[in-house]
Design a protein around this ligand. Structure first.
Ligand SMILES: Nc1ncnc2c1ncn2[C@@H]1O[C@H](COP(=O)(O)OP(=O)(O)OP(=O)(O)O)[C@@H](O)[C@H]1O
Ligand SMILES: O=P(O)(O)OC[C@H]1O[C@H](OP(=O)(O)OP(=O)(O)O)[C@H](O)[C@@H]1O
Ligand SMILES: O=C(O)c1cccnc1
Ligand SMILES: [Mg+2]
Length: 553
């Protein structure tokens, strides 16, 4: 990390790190284990390899990605061990002729000789740049592939999605993640809550995520609560000896009296307001007098929900409490929020309750990034968005597409060719630098062959497009930042790992270093990722060496 004082170093020496227990060596594809056996049988136990983990295209038609999931990869390394029951299971599923000695090899296998270089978690990252460079015994680093990809792909996708929602909403608006019910299973739901928070959300409705990751948990109530009451007669106080915070009879009277008064003030017909809804609001306010947020769209926002809420909210104020606000879950959210704010302001003025004008308006209902951008154009009065489906399922793009590619074996570079230029790998061990301009914004990422002298601030460096010969530029950076840092070496984590709060802060700080045109929603400018002149020549020489020459007849 660039600031090693941040965070607390993870305890060293194979202490088991607390991690979701499904993250274990068998959480992998079968082919990693069959390859391990074939590597082992063909005498490749001593071979060493370098793999790069990277993605090829930014998600959501955007031009940036937030890197997340690194801490989980490190915990996975800490915990990496095949158990006796793992070995027993592998014996069952692999063919009977697999040599017994291979299973002993697996049982003793450790990640002691693996070295992991990574870009710090929470960084803004770009296509083709290795997020991880994994070095070590071929068999071992191969075995890490699927789990590392699993730990990074969705985490980075959701952190990026959350960061995009945050950018669309601006700093002032609260963003709550409500996605658990729509998430891809329990693990998807937990990861979504965790990485949405990392990406810039303020809280989650997911209680277990709150407990496990120390995320603020927040919530309102559902339509079922409102529709479970039909009339004011449904209001029964559980506590007949008067120990409720609010005495029920007095409070109900205050609410109905206030409703009569406010109907006239707001020009709403009293008989149109739903009594069951009023009863529901009253009962919820009695249960949570200092945390009252009412869902106001069960019947009719403007003719019922808003009036009933205001009646209960003013009555709460009469009793010395301050309600929080309303949630809108259908209809035209811009229009309704403006009308609600008008009503709050009017009451604030007429009843001399100044804070009433600032009551919070939460909006939910299938909200996506575009809805927020459109609402911004319409001048809404929403203070908080509750977002589920589009955030956690990443409906706009459900996978990031990170890959894990061999770039070096026994110190020999390896290249993977493809008809599709996007899919040609950049061979060899590489160092990565981010070059910044004098205004503090990132200009370009530069990959060099490992060992090339690093670019220096103030010196001109030639940056080339990896594949298109004519695309090149001289860059004189004001600042140069090496992106890859050692995170795992000699069987232990070699960096302090930041806390969740520090990661959240890092994401926003990093986004501040990226030019606005790379971040805009519509047709953003691609950020440049380049290679040094030397890496360019090396890459193209290898490409020619490896590409077969065709023969026409
Ligand atoms: N002012 C607005 N501008 C743009 N999009 C909006 C605005 N208000 C609401 N939306 C979005 O429009 C969509 C409305 O969806 P839909 O018509 O299914 O809901 P509804 O009829 O309002 O509510 P429901 O069906 O849940 O009772 C939602 O995705 C919502 O987020
Ligand atoms: O819309 P999302 O972004 O996914 O946010 C979560 C939704 O979950 C709840 O709806 P519920 O499960 O009651 O279903 P609904 O769609 O019928 O409102 C809540 O009222 C939100 O509308
Ligand atoms: O607390 C809420 O309002 C909430 C929680 C989950 C889903 N929808 C809404
Ligand atoms: Mg809903």
């Amino acid at each position: 990390m660039s600031t090693p004082t941040e965070g607390t170093a993870v305890k060293v020496n194979h202490q088991r790190q607390k991690q979701n227990e499904i993250i274990q060596p068998l959480l992998t594809d079968l082919y990693q284990l069959t390859m391990a056996y074939a590597y082992w049988k063909s005498g490749k136990v001593e071979d060493t390899a370098v793999f790069d983990l990277f993605f090829r295209k930014n998600p959501f038609s955007g031009e940036f990605t937030i890197f997340a999931g690194l801490e989980e990869c490190i915990k996975f390394l800490y915990n990496f061990r095949y158990s006796d029951s793992d070995i027993a299971y592998l014996k069952q599923i692999l063919p009977p002729y697999i040599e017994e000695e291979f299973f002993r090899y697996l049982k003793d296998l450790t990640v002691e000789d693996v070295t992991l270089f990574a870009i710090p978690e929470g960084s803004v990252v770009f296509p083709r740049v290795p997020l991880l460079r994994v070095e070590g015994p071929l068999i071992v680093v191969q075995l890490l592939e699927t789990t590392f990809l699993n730990l990074i792909n969705y985490s980075s996708l959701i952190a990026t999605n959350a960061a995009r929602f945050r950018m669309a909403a601006g700093k002032r608006i609260k963003l709550l993640e409500f996605g658990l019910r729509r998430a891809q299973g329990p693990d998807g739901g937990l990861s979504a809550s965790k990485y949405a928070y990392l990406g810039g959300f303020d809280g989650t409705s997911n209680v277990l995520a709150g407990k496990l990751f120390h995320i603020p948990v927040k919530g309102t109530h559902a339509h079922a609560y409102i529709s479970s009451f039909s009339t004011l007669a449904d209001l029964k106080t559980r506590n007949e000896n008067g120990s409720d915070l609010i005495e029920s009879r007095d409070f109900v009277e205050a609410c109905t009296r206030r409703r009569d008064q406010l109907a006239a003030l707001l020009g709403i017909l009293l008989q149109e307001a739903n009594d069951g809804e009023l009863a529901a609001f009253i009962s919820y306010a009695m249960a949570f007098p200092d945390g009252f947020t009412a869902l106001v769209d069960t019947y009719e926002v403007l003719r019922s929900g808003l009036l009933n809420f205001c009646a209960v909210a003013v009555a709460l104020s009469d009793f010395g409490y301050r309600p929080i606000g309303i949630r809108l879950d259908s209809g035209d959210l811009a229009y309704l929020s403006n009308r609600a704010r008008d009503a709050f302001r009017k009451i604030a003025e007429e009843l001399a309750i100044p804070w009433f004008s600032q009551l919070s308006i939460v909006a939910s209902n299938d909200i996506n990034e575009e809805t927020i951008l459109s609402l911004n154009d319409q001048h809404h009065q929403i203070d908080c968005f509750g977002i589920g489906t589009h955030l956690v399922t990443c409906q706009k793009q459900p996978a990031l597409g990170c890959v894990y590619k061999l770039v070096e074996i026994n110190k020999q570079p390896k290249i993977k060719l493809s008809e599709d230029l996007e899919k040609v790998t950049i061979p060899g061990r590489k160092d990565i630098y981010r070059l910044y301009g004098s205004d503090g914004h990132a200009l370009i990422d530069l990959m060099q062959k490992h060992g090339e002298p690093p670019p220096l601030a103030g010196n001109r460096v030639l940056c080339r497009h990896p594949f298109l010969e004519s695309k090149r530029a001289y860059v004189s950076p004001a600042r140069v930042e090496p992106l890859l840092h050692i995170y795992w070496q000699n069987g232990t984590c070699s960096q302090p790992l930041p806390s969740m709060e520090q990661l959240r802060h890092r994401v926003q700080h990093q986004l501040g270093t990226i030019r606005q045109d790379h971040k805009r929603n519509l047709n953003p400018t691609p950020y440049k990722v380049s290679v040094s002149d030397s890496l360019y020549s090396y890459l193209h020489k290898l490409w020619l060496q490896n590409a077969p020459i065709g023969e026409l007849s």
